[in-house]
Ligand binder design. Structure first.
Ligand code: APR
Ligand code: PHB
Length: 397
């Protein structure tokens, strides 16, 4: 077995692992990233596309914002389409100047991979059988296999950035974790197409036949979603059926503007809320999807990964530079305060805008009335806006 050494061993080369790796590397803290998949596979995944200001700032701080700043689309608002009526949520005015950036996670990942390669920092792709050991000691280590050889990686800390199905969370004894979960009885069928977006801003539509979302990746690439039953099969949705159903769920004048075209990606994702507490076990820290999942309705998944990264990065900086080891045990509580607020908002947006097969007439009326109250009240719209642009990051002191 070959022995390697690093300061922070990072499991997973998704946005969490790559962004943490870049920030630490820039600060002179050594990292090694272990990724189960190939670089091409990681790069090919189509995921979210709305970045909060906090994440945009963090990408700038990490020195990986050049393309985002040139090609990303700043959105100062979005539309809610409720039973045929459009309501504009003016993010900028309602939040005193904040907005979001439309820039795909695929592009964020590409920029981070390029920056890491340019910096000469190592990511081992197709690393298998990753396992973390002695996490409760001051000398944790990680074993893995790579290109037919077995390695032992010695480190100070392990960052579990390996997503919902990763090994990091599973290496914590079950009795040390509490799991909070809600599974929704529907999924999102998503389509990517090289067609101009239907509208300059995102449109979130509530309709009796189910929720629909009109999003985009650029001025020439659209991303649309439809609420579908959780057990729906992709084969049941040829492009034409998708476009027809989308038009049905949008207000008439908007639907008329829809430009259709062949899909370049189509997939169904289940919706889930999930949080594990605490997000730390000894010298192992969980970040991003490894610790929490939100339904995509509030566009919070990627942004929560960024706030976890910011928190761990700022703590580790103070640990290495100022010996502030007292901060390590604060990681989980700091993250979870923000995580739960985003969980609440994502759950609320999901509950308000989707059709629930089990809902009785009373619950439907309550949801309808809650939504009407929110959109007709300045305070209500402000609440939606300040959550959508992203709640502030806590200072690390
Ligand atoms: N060993 C090594 N790597 C692993 C392992 C393992 N056992 N298990 C999973 N991985 C890798 C995955 O292949 C993936 O590349 O960890 C990475 C995790 O990346 P993501 O799932 O993208 O998670 P994260 O980096 O936390 O990104 C935040 O939030 O809502 C979502 O769309 C958003 O995917 C984004 C996520
Ligand atoms: C997306 O563009 O993929 C997207 C946008 C907003 C959401 C969810 C997904 O709320």
């Amino acid at each position: 077995m070959k022995t390697l050494k690093t300061q922070v061993a990072i499991i997973g080369a998704g946005p969490s692992g790559l962004l943490l790796g870049q920030l630490l590397h820039n600060a002179g803290i050594q990292t090694l990233i272990l990724e189960r998949q190939s670089a091409d596979y990681v790069q090919g995944r189509i995921r979210a596309g709305v970045l909060e200001q906090g994440m945009v700032d963090l990408l700038r701080e990490a020195g990986v914002s050049r393309r985002m700043d040139a090609e990303g689309l700043v959105h100062d608002g979005f539309e809610l389409a409720l039973d045929g009526e459009l309501t504009h949520i003016d993010l900028k005015t309602l939040t005193g100047g904040q907005s979001v950036m439309i820039y795909g996670q695929t592009e964020v990942t590409r920029d981070l991979m390029a920056a890491r390669a340019a910096a000469g920092a190592v990511t081992l792709y197709e690393a298998s059988n990753v396992q973390a050991h002695d996490l409760k000691t001051e000398r944790p280590w990680v074993t893995f296999e790579h290109q037919g050889e077995t390695f032992r990686l010695e480190c100070d800390y392990v960052a579990g950035c390996d997503g919902f199905h990763g090994v990091a969370r599973q290496s914590i004894p079950a009795e040390s974790l509490s799991v909070f979960e809600r599974v929704y009885p529907f999924g999102w069928l998503g389509i990517l197409a090289d067609t101009p977006p239907i509208h300059a801003e995102l449109v979130y539509a509530k309709h009796a036949r189910g929720f629909a979302l009109c999003s985009m990746r650029s001025k020439t690439r659209s991303r649309y979603y439809l609420q579908v039953p959780v057990d729906e099969s992709l084969e049941a949705w040829p492009d034409e059926r998708f476009w027809d159903e989308l038009k049905t769920r949008l207000p008439g004048p908007l639907a008329q503007r829809l430009v259709t075209g062949p899909s370049i990606e189509k997939s169904i994702a289940p919706l889930r809320s999930f949080v594990v507490e605490p997000m730390q076990y000894g010298r192992l820290f969980l970040l991003g999807d490894a610790a929490h999942i939100v339904p995509p309705t509030g566009a919070k998944g990627l942004n929560l990964a960024a706030s976890d990264v910011s928190t761990l990065y700022r703590i580790l900086l103070k640990v290495y530079r100022e010996g502030r080891v007292d901060l390590l045990e604060k990681y989980s509580a700091i993250c979870l305060r923000r995580v739960w607020k985003a969980e609440r908002f994502s759950w609320w947006m999901t509950s308000m805008l989707h059709q629930f097969p089990e809902a009785d007439g009373f619950s439907q009326r309550i949801a309808q009335s809650e939504l009407e109250y929110f959109i007709h009240s300045q305070a209500g719209r402000q609440t939606i806006a300040e959550n959508y642009v992203g709640l502030p990051y806590e200072a690390i002191e």
